[in-house]
Design a protein around this ligand. Structure first.
Ligand SMILES: [Zn+2]
Ligand SMILES: [Zn+2]
Length: 297
């Protein structure tokens, strides 16, 4: 540790001392493999509270559910979890292991000094923007007839998504959409801690946008141009015919390329109808047209 302090010509910070003690005993390859553990843990734990709410049919929280009339039974939720875990074990895990030489080549470092908070923030911002832009176009291509029927149809089996369905997709889609995750770190390589954070945050974002709930006090609402659950839920609600809301994180691509018009029209249309009929929960029935109830009476 003294050698590290001499090399940096300053005392190590607390975080640097912790990192030094931890990383000095572990080969870089195993540090990189932590990502697999984080993926398993985050995917197993983060969607759990909302899955319990769904199974218990909590009345007080159902007003925040985007498609409250659709409730999956517990065995369907468990099947989704099991299928994704199998894909993690047989596709994502091995892919992570095989990609280690690429990560080394990109120059992702594991030593000291640790990156500053601002360095981490700006690198993560670049990673998110690059991946969002590339994913927008890949996702849009997957909605062509061939791409949808052969690959993307699997992800759209959930017309009312749940957190566990975020990575539920054809193995080919997992491989294709995995590539943009590496473009940002390839162009702006950072520290291993930034890379861990990137993979963890990206997964948490995907779970959030597939959660099926739109909570008014969600901190994610303060992120500029963030699409969120309602935005992506609409894409699943429309299904295979959807030509709207392709972006996975931000809304700017859909706005620039005009692929959010259906969504925006629908939102305006529903606001007017709710004012007209005076019914419907503000967040409870995001796409439910109140006039349909009146017609059916
Ligand atoms: Zn889609
Ligand atoms: Zn989705």
């Amino acid at each position: 540790m003294q050698e590290a302090e001499m090399a940096l010509a300053r005392p190590l910070t607390f975080a640097e001392r912790v990192w030094f003690r931890y990383s000095a005993q572990i080969p870089d390859f195993w540090l990189y493999c932590h990502n697999i553990l984080f993926l398993f843990l985050i995917f197993s734990i983060a969607p759990l509270p909302l899955a319990f709410i769904d199974i218990n049919n909590s009345k007080s929280l159902s007003k925040y559910k985007l498609q409250p009339k659709i409730r999956l039974p517990s065995h369907a939720i468990f099947k989704c979890y099991r299928d994704v875990m199998l894909m993690f074990i047989f596709i994502v895990g091995p892919l992570q292991l095989c990609s280690y030489p690429t990560v080394k080549l990109l120059g992702i470092r594991t030593g000291l000094p640790l990156p500053s908070g601002w360095e981490i923030f700006f690198q993560l911002l670049v990673y998110f923007l690059i991946e969002d832009y590339l994913n927008y176009w890949i996702h849009r291509l997957l909605h062509c007839k061939w791409g949808y029927e052969k690959i993307h149809r699997v992800h759209h089996e959930f017309t009312a998504p749940i957190g566990y369905a975020a990575p539920y997709a054809h193995w080919a889609e997992i491989l294709i959409l995995g590539i943009p995750s590496f473009v940002g770190p390839a162009l702006v390589p950072g520290h291993m801690i930034t890379f861990w954070l990137w993979i963890a945050l990206r997964q948490m974002e995907a779970i959030d946008t597939h959660s099926g709930y739109d909570f008014p006090l969600s901190p994610a609402k303060y992120i500029p141009l963030y699409g969120g659950a309602e935005y992506h839920d609409y894409h699943h609600y429309v299904g295979g015919q959807s030509q709207s809301n392709f972006a996975s994180v931000f809304t700017y691509c859909d706005y620039i390329y005009g692929t959010d018009k259906g969504y925006r029209y629908q939102k305006q249309h529903l606001v007017k109808l709710r004012e007209q009929w005076g019914g419907g929960e503000q967040n409870g029935e995001a796409y439910h047209d109140p006039s349909e109830d009146q017609k059916s009476k």
